[in-house]
Design a protein around this ligand. Sequence first.
Ligand SMILES: Nc1ncnc2c1ncn2[C@@H]1O[C@H](COP(=O)(O)OP(=O)(O)OP(=O)(O)O)[C@@H](O)[C@H]1O
Ligand SMILES: [Mg+2]
Length: 468
Amino acid sequence: MIDTKAEILIVDDELVICKSCEKIFKRSGHNTTYATGGVEALNILETREFDVVFTDLKMMDMGGMEVLRTVRQKYPDTLVVIITGYATIASAVETMRYGAFDYLPKPFTPAELIAVLNKALEKRKIIKITSNKYNYCHETGFEGLIGRSKEMCEVYDMIRKVGETDSTVLIIGESGTGKDLTAKAIHNVSKRKNEKYIPIDVSTLSSGILESELFGHVKGAFTGAYTSKEGLFEAADKGTVFLDEIGNLPLETQSRLLRVLQQKEIIPVGSTDVKKVDVRLIFATNSDLKQLVMSNKFREDLYYRINVFPIKLPPLRVRREDIPDLALHFLRHYCVLSERVVPEMDVEAMEILMNFHWPGNVRELEHTMERLTILSDGPVITPAHVSAAIYKADAPMKSAPRTVEELKQIKKQMRDYSIQEIEKMFIIDALMRNNWNISQAAREVNMQRPNFQALMKKYGIKKPVTGV
Ligand SMILES: Nc1ncnc2c1ncn2[C@@H]1O[C@H](COP(=O)(O)OP(=O)(O)OP(=O)(O)O)[C@@H](O)[C@H]1O
Ligand SMILES: [Mg+2]
């Protein structure tokens, strides 16, 4: 995803170097300008934005160091690569310390020059995305959904379009991609927005209970039905019902549901009375319904009825440019909840988040940011913090250590990470799993409560004020 056409400025008092670099860059399709001195370079820099500046270190009028300093100060998003014939390790380190992106000793080959440029452009891409870091959710998303990738904009477009209709919607997406949020967004933009919105996860209820929940029952319909009860479809009259995890719907319930879709009517359990209902139905699934139809676990006629307007939610790994917006939103949200000052996110820390594959999608990113809120103790979130917060996924164990033995094992395997960070995470994770109940958390990880509490104190871990 490197920008195909970059703006490059070459600064060198040897005209032949400028010309040859220009030729190499132009051959790769980039816009190239050159200056044969530092002063001229600064004048050109004032006229437009450059992606990368390649500057010689030793020049007659103004040294490359001075060019570097000015660029860092006035145009912090422009990257500077130092080229010099006086290559020494010391000067390389020095320029990097002052914010040079990279260092290229003369003589270099065209391939080396292009390789440095490509690396710089990759970095530019990340800087461009993260430089909008202070635009929070309301400007970067839609109805509570955050992200401005092309993929998400298409989703917003579909939500808007289907929101104007009363059509049945099927939301398809991996776990944690935002199916619940999407369903609510559809309701919020529809003409039913002031009516009830009732979400129900069909996988959490057994078949019998589910039917009576959805369609209601009459007195004496089954043992324990002492009174009649209104179902959710009736309760949501004129509003929206969101049926989540539809792939888990038992076959018996599927035929009752078909009736709602076809005739807009329900029959409460144990009754023969038909009742008209006016509800908009939204379904969601993370399983392949077609596959379920083929294996006779899902009625084909129902499948066609609910698959009228499918909305596919893209997994987070195919829209990595949304990660900074989401990460900063969650960071802010959890800091506000726990009354903490919102720390800055280091660019490299953000890069780690952007490069991770997020099997649990946005939910997993959200949990990671929640952990980072507790983990970070200074004004900046560093790569080390992020590595510790997502170490679980990279750890050979694939899950958080749940015992002191496992923790020791992880510590041994993860020598690159700070032991303190991992230990702190271990305590935080145990607390979060146990709703911040210290005794319970200590018990779960097989530690004495006083020892557990001592570690909490050592790392300054406190229960967030408004509950997490
Ligand atoms: N685009 C998004 N913007 C902001 N928050 C999001 C987004 N997508 C998901 N989330 C958040 O991530 C978490 C998971 O989202 P949601 O419950 O909607 O996912 P889901 O697809 O329904 O997952 P599951 O299949 O596990 O039910 C929620 O806390 C939600 O607020
Ligand atoms: Mg869900």
